[in-house]
Design a protein around this ligand. Structure first.
Ligand SMILES: [Cu+2]
Ligand SMILES: [Zn+2]
Length: 195
């Protein structure tokens, strides 16, 4: 190989490596990361339900569902309840149109297992236990649940949150004997949290 040929080979190699470096971060990488960000947002973004009272009741409030380490953080604030325990569940259908909340169907239970409490090994996906209302009728709830999800088979997005008149005993089938439905809210996609 003569000197001229060697120089040509080196220059060619340099040209290719320069092309590689400019082509990858300049064109393809931003497209890929935008697509990945879109996907992450649509699959794992926070969700929100605004609960309104069913006919003849006065309970209302809101529930947020936020991705968290170990699952989904559920934070609820309700008012207008009677003092004491109130069953708190995700029901199957995102439909609060009937006056009594029954249009939301039964507990969200994609695996067709028995009703139980939120900490049970086997439970309905929708079994979040109870809200405890104080003497003024206010209740809050804040825990990370490892069963509900914001995407996939256990996704609660598009379903409904129901609050009941009475306490969920965590054992009676199929609903915990929590009584009438006093508030209902459809779970929708929420705006991403501000940084
Ligand atoms: Cu329920
Ligand atoms: Zn249940």
């Amino acid at each position: 190989m003569n000197i001229a040929k060697m120089i040509a080979v080196v220059l060619l190699a340099a040209a290719f490596s320069t092309l590689d470096f400019t082509a990858t971060p300049g064109v393809e990488a931003p497209l890929l990361s935008l697509a990945a960000a879109d996907q992450a947002a649509s699959q794992q973004g926070p969700a929100l339900a605004t609960l309104v009272a069913t006919e003849g009741n006065s309970a209302s409030g809101s529930v947020s569902f936020t991705p968290a380490e170990g699952g989904v953080r559920v934070q609820a604030q309700l008012s207008g309840l009677t003092a004491g325990g109130h069953g708190f569940h995700i029901h199957q259908w995102g439909d609060c149109s009937s006056g009594d909340g029954k249009s939301a169907g039964g507990h969200f239970n994609p695996a067709s297992v028995d009703h139980a409490g939120p900490l049970a090994e086997s439970r309905h996906v929708g079994d979040l236990g109870n809200l405890g209302a104080d003497a003024e009728g206010n209740a809050s709830y804040d825990r990370v649940d490892s069963v509900i999800a914001l995407s996939g088979a256990n996704s609660i997005v598009g379903r409904a949150v129901i609050v009941h008149a009475g306490a969920d005993d965590l054992t009676s089938q199929p609903t915990g004997a929590a009584g009438a439905r006093v508030a209902c809210g459809v779970i929708g996609t929420a705006a991403p949290a501000a940084d």
